[in-house]
Every structure is written in structure tokens, then in C-alpha cells.
Design a protein around this ligand. Structure first.
Ligand code: F6P
Length: 360
């Protein structure tokens, strides 16, 4: 292998830059040139590339100058996109032609399940080998129990919950706090336990809206009763639960008007949780997944992903990393999101048992 391309696609995730940096250094050390694709699949279709390695005068390769800040930063310096053109065969054929023109022996795609679906299609339709690395704050990628960016996002959410709890306790308030995750409730589940929330609303557990409102009203009445004397009630709601968060907070406020000194507020954390310096865990995982992805490409594999603590796939030398076929990853992703995967069942059981968080 002489030359590879790397791209980041879909929603950015903290640690994407660390994965690109690791890929550059590992490849350079093995004498493999790396080019970066700017702007995800859009940049691939338009052939917008930049060199990420350079030849040294004394022989050998090194990262291009001025990139050593990369590993510690959030976002993606290569840029990203949601690319409707890539969903059609014409767009992918153009992307494939650009890869041949760029004379690369492989492509590394760093992104979430939509981006890895694209990687799977490209691998099946194009002669160039493609390997994926899971990166998405949503943690909704089958065959990788953790994705790059999740740990950082969770730490940000927990800090936000602590801050909201400070003000909530000062005023006897209940907060409905929404976290991102698209169709996945993972961020809500995990943060509800760590932030000791009183209830969590998940898309994996669809509930009747009126029934949910009744249960939340009951929770508020019990929590703020003289018997329990709580000063804060925290309800974490996943983005994928259809009721708008601020509306839910307003409806709940209407239900507890008779309670003196108790009020309800809503807050949507939104994109705030997608930025920020990646944590140790995300940087460490980024390096190890990049190594496995490069090894897989060097061994001639294609249409696969390097997965973290995967429940499927083939183990690598690294006990935490497996190589998972992208088609198995897609099947497992569907099961993860419709709640039939063992991983989802286990997560739901844990959330009920650990800390007694009430999953509504
Ligand atoms: O997939 C990551 C994610 O942040 C989801 O949690 C969220 O639903 C979506 O991206 C938001 O997308 P955009 O940044 O395009 O609005």
C-alpha cells in the first residue's frame, strides 16, 4: 500500500481529529502517503483533496507541518457534510472515479451509521478498498458498543445536568432536559444514570403521550411532597421522543400549578454537546481504531469497520477491537434502534437496575 485517503462524514464528533491524526502518523511511519478529503462525501465527489503527509529530505514520510494541534480538538478540521448526492449511484460513481484519479489504494471513512452505509455502498460498487471507523455522539452503530465522540458528549451532558441541578435545587424546580441522539436513546440512558436523574424518556420505549404526562405529574407530586422533600427533579428526554421538550415542560407546569413553590422548566442542550476537546477515552479509542483500520486495509480487507468491544466480528490483536463487516454492522444497527439487539436489551435492564432511574 502506497497511498490512502481519509474522510470524515455526517455529524462531527469529538475525537474525529484524533483519529485522523493517528491515521496520518501510523501511515507515515509505514511509508504510506495520506491525503485528506475535504467536506466528507461532497469533497470526494468534487475531488477536493489535501496532502496530510510529506516526504522528508532525508527520506521517509512525516505529517505535513502545522497539524500537531489536531488530536486535542473537537469538530473535524477536514470538514464534513450530509451529502444527498452520494445517496444516488451517479454521485457514488463520480466519487469512485475521483478515488482512481487520486491513485489511492484505500479509503478510510470516519463517521456514523449513515456515513458507514455510504462506505458499504462504495466498497461494493468501487474497486477501491474501504474501511470504516465509528464516530458519532449518538452511539447508534451496530458492532461497536462505543463510538468516537460518545464519551466527550456524555461528559458535557453530565456537566450541564450538574449546573442545571444547582439552580433547580435553589428554586424547587423540575427540569425537562433534552439531549441529542437522533433515533437513539443511548446518551439519555447513560447520562440519566450518571447524573442521577429521576426519570428518562427514550425512543426505544415508545409510550402514550397522555400516559407519560400522568406518570411525570405523579413523579413530581411524590418527589416534592413533604414526605420526600426533594428540591430538584431532573427528567432527561432523548431527542428521538416526539413530544417537544418545551411543550412537555409547559404541560407539566400546568399539571402542578397547585403545588406552592414548585415550577417546571425545559432546556434543549442541542449542538452544545457535539463540540469540545475530546476526552482521554475518545482520544485513546481513536488511536486504537485507526491502527486496526490501517492494519485491515494493509491486509487487503474492504467493506469492514474497526469496532470497539463488538458483539460481532473477528477479534484483532487488540482485545477491545474487532473487525466487523459493514453489512453485519448495518443489520445490527437496525436491531439496536428497534430495541431487538441484545445490546439494547442489556442497556435497558441496566438502566432499570442501576441507581433505580425510572425509565418512562
Ligand atoms: O448524528 C449526530 C447528531 O448530532 C444527532 O444527534 C442529531 O439528531 C443530528 O446530528 C443533528 O444534525 P445537524 O447537525 O445536521 O442538525
Amino acid at each position: 500500500m502506497r497511498r490512502i485517503a481519509v474522510l470524515t462524514s455526517g455529524g462531527d464528533a469529538p475525537g474525529m481529529n484524533a483519529a485522523v491524526w493517528a491515521m496520518i502518523k501510523l501511515a507515515a511511519a509505514r511509508g504510506i502517503h495520506v491525503i485528506g478529503v475535504e467536506g466528507g462525501y461532497d469533497g470526494l465527489i468534487d475531488g477536493v483533496f489535501q496532502d496530510l503527509t510529506r516526504a522528508l529530505d532525508g527520506g521517509g514520510l512525516a505529517p505535513v507541518a502545522g497539524l500537531d494541534w489536531l488530536a486535542g480538538t473537537g469538530g473535524t478540521f477536514l470538514g464534513s457534510s450530509r451529502c444527498p448526492r452520494f445517496r444516488g449511484p451517479e454521485g457514488r460513481a463520480r466519487a469512485c472515479a475521483r478515488l482512481s484519479d487520486a491513485d489511492v489504494d484505500g479509503l478510510v471513512v470516519i463517521g456514523g451509521n449513515g456515513s458507514l452505509t455510504g462506505a458499504h455502498l462504495l466498497a461494493s460498487e468501487c474497486g477501491v478498498p474501504v474501511v470504516g471507523i465509528p464516530a458519532s455522539i449518538d452511539n447508534d452503530i451496530g458492532g461497536s458498543t462505543d463510538a468516537i465522540g460518545v464519551d466527550t458528549a456524555l461528559n458535557t451532558i453530565i456537566e450541564a445536568c450538574d449546573r442545571v441541578s444547582d439552580t433547580a435545587r435553589s428554586h424547587h424546580r423540575a427540569f425537562v432536559l433534552e439531549v441529542m441522539g437522533r433515533r437513539s436513546g443511548y446518551l439519555a440512558m447513560a447520562s440519566a444514570v450518571a447524573a442521577t436523574a429521576d426519570a428518562v424518556l427514550l425512543p426505544e420505549q415508545p409510550r402514550d403521550a397522555a400516559e407519560t404526562l400522568d406518570q411525570l405529574e405523579d413523579l413530581l407530586r411524590r418527589s416534592f411532597s413533604t414526605d420526600r422533600s426533594k428540591r430538584r427533579v431532573l427528567i432527561i428526554k432523548a431527542e428521538g421522543v416526539p413530544t417537544p421538550t418545551l411543550l412537555l415542560a409547559e404541560q407539566l407546569q400546568g399539571r402542578v400549578e397547585d403545588l406552592e413553590n414548585v415550577s417546571v422548566r425545559g432546556i434543549v442542550l442541542g449542538h452544545l454537546i457535539r463540540g469540545g476537546h475530546p476526552t482521554y477515552h475518545d482520544r485513546m479509542m481513536a488511536g486504537r481504531l485507526a491502527l486496526a483500520a490501517l492494519d485491515a486495509l494493509s491486509a487487503g480487507s474492504s467493506d469492514v469497520m474497526a469496532g470497539w468491544q463488538a458483539n460481532i466480528g473477528t477479534r484483532t490483536q487488540d482485545p477491545h477491537v474487532s473487525i466487523v463487516s459493514l453489512s453485519d454492522m448495518l443489520t445490527e444497527t437496525d436491531r439496536l434502534l428497534d430495541g431487538t439487539s441484545d445490546v439494547t436489551t442489556m442497556r435497558m435492564r441496566l438502566i432499570r437496575e442501576v441507581q433505580g432511574v425510572l425509565a418512562l
